[in-house]
Ligand binder design. Sequence first.
Ligand code: FES
Length: 371
Amino acid sequence: MADKTPNWIDVGAADELAKKPLQALTAGRAAIALSLKDGQWGAVSNLCNHVGGPLGEGTLDGDYLVCPWHYWKFHRATGKGEPGYEADCVPAYPVKLEAGHVWVDVANASKRGLLPHPPHPLEREPVRAPGPLRLLGISTTAMDGEHPRFSGSDHLLKHALAAAKADGAETQFLALNDLKFRACEGFYSKSAHACTWPCSITQMDKADEMDRVYEGLVHWADAVIVSSPIRWGTASSLYFKMAERLNCVQNAVTISNKVLIRDKVAGFIIVGGQDNVQMVAGQMLGFFAELGFLFPQFPYIAHSRGWSHEDMEKNVEIVRDSVELAEGAAELAKRCLALANRLITTDETLHSVEGGGRKAHPIEATHGERA
Ligand code: FES
């Protein structure tokens, strides 16, 4: 600890404070995580070294505070990081019990220490690499990989990619069904700042394969076509699982004006036995617009037989044998790539997109040192 003239601040009656083993409070202007274990008080900065999570709102694991946002740990009294990461530490404050009150010396905190953390590969600036136009196809249909069956939406997506390839584009097919990725855990609900780019789950869990989608959308593709079946009037469950995990792409705009998707194009293929094409398309268009994608004229193709048609085996035949739908998929790919090409080759810059999609109210800092 430094050796300045102490500035002891009374943070409250010990009896009251002892009702919670861990809490966030302020001592003067300092935001503190105050803890009590085995009769010993500990006071460290409330602000986590990672992206500012409120340590006092976390949990205790032995003598370590566990950040509620992404679970980094700091010693509750010394502020040091977990064993092996001690130098990654938060300020610790002298604390004492006097006259039934808890006092924190805000003048003599230890120094915060930040260990360098190598940036995640996805964190690099999205810069288009030279080369031919690139079309990413994302299939969102779900099926048992050991018992594959015909999927109308996949079938048309493959037509679209084949047409793009025949025109000289590079193509990539990603089936969400083949990727192992976790569902979004709603870090955003803890705080907008807890939803990070790259996604917190991607950073924490090396086995999570959503990075393939992020890499494809943010860094590789000029255009994407997303295909989905209609399931009870909406897009597939895998589509929504992906969409939830893409919140971090949109949230980068909200919290730091970082627009990750620029000059990229999206189109959609929607296939269902029964109706609701327009609603599925509406959701997809609205969501991908919020991510920053642009759309060609007629940005989706679709097929459904209608409410009264339960003979789904006929629907499979119709999609599989339809020349019109196959040609429609090919034309959609061409429209997407034609617009992508214009966006890439034009010298004209679009008007500013900074702040695009932001909600009306600014994000306010609430955790002491951030403010
Ligand atoms: S672990 Fe604390 S903010 Fe991420």
